[in-house]
Design a binder for this molecule. Sequence first.
Ligand code: GLU
Length: 483
Amino acid sequence: MIRTRFAPSPTGYIHVGGIRTALFAFLVARNAGGKFVLRLEDTDKKREVEGSEAHIIRSLRALGIEYDEGPDIGGPFAPYRQSERLDNYKKWAEKLVAAGRAYADPYTPEEVQKLRADAEESGKPFRFRDHRPENPPVWDESQPLRLKSDPKDYAWHDAVMGNLLAGADSIDDFILIKSDGYPTYNFAHIIDDLEMEITHIIRGQEFIASTPNYLNLYEALEITPPIFATMPHILNETGNKKLGKRDGAKDVLEYFRDGFVQEAMVNFIASMGWNDGTEQEIFTIEELIAKFTLDRVGRSGARFDEKRLVWMNSQWIKKLDLDDLYARTLGKSQTLSDALNNFWGPAGQNASDDERRKVLTIIQDRLKTLADLPTLSEYFFTRPEPNWGMIDENKQLKKLTRDEQIELLKAAADKLGKLDAENWNAEELQNTLNELLIETDSKPPILFSLIRYALTWAPFSPGLPETMMLLGRDETLTRLAQS
Ligand code: GLU
């Protein structure tokens, strides 16, 4: 039975890198019909940020990354918060003490600091084991407890990174239990993974350097380590450094507020470092579950390309059925029980469901994110103020004088005015516009753009016949005449 886990520390929100780790661990478990566990690593009380646990859970749910066991739902290996498992760590720590593989650290923090500074001064790497006390005191839990390491070279296999090596130099007597009684991550995760029967440790690249020390501890505990699968870093857009907050490593829930849809987020996150070996780019979560394997995760850093995310989002918005998309525009997502944004603009908010749905039907194909909604829809609900600045900035239109522009619009109003209400349909409107093009001896990027601006005063809008049909004959003619 394959069991994977996502083990975040509640030190703030989770960004795309963390979510990718969670997603890959989820996919490995689901692909194999196994279990996916959420475990909260809350043993560093100084770094804890209030509300993180709820935020992490909400983010996972928002993305449809459902866990089978976790702090809020329990499970066969409960509790799933490390702070509630302190007795377990103590039990294993005592075993190590009894076996002569752990000892109380007799130094004060200042003394350790001094030893470290001395080593630095003499140009040598600091290793605690070079200062191992000959007769350590009996561990009374007020001192840090350290592993008595057994330095040696290691070669190990990582399901993503392949065969890895490290020399004995990297092995040291690291802290298992701190003087505050809490275990370190280095110790606690190994005990929990063992007790929770985790088969695959899927985590970020930053843990590779510590892996030899973990291997040393697994040996001291006489346990076989799970499979390691290390995710490469996510790099910024240009691929030259690790993704930072400024390049997009923001709270994943922010993306929902910015108008990205769940399917696109999951699709995009899965594509950072993974592909199925074909050209396919759009995957549903079900397809990802069916196709995901760790051996297709790349070893080098994956680039965070926000333009690609926007493209995927537009593809997904096009694919959603209208009822579903409509619910999401109102902030009613199927996966988030509480509302996110209502994306409609002020006039759209006052419109009826029926009016909004009609508008959505014709703009669905043009939405890159749900946040484009006001720009693409407000002019249907309220007559926009003319903004000639937009025309003056348009490459084609600025070749015409204002008088020429106004003359063209007048010709459009006259011509369209001849089309009566019964014939106000897509086909007739298109024919009329084509005739107008010939009569005015103009070109589509000039004539049609100009009419678009006069009707919407928006940077982008749906096709002209659809726009005119939805606005209706009177409103279309009024706007053309007013401009
Ligand atoms: N608590 C660790 C972190 O948040 C988890 C690493 C792991 O998955 O083992 O970075």
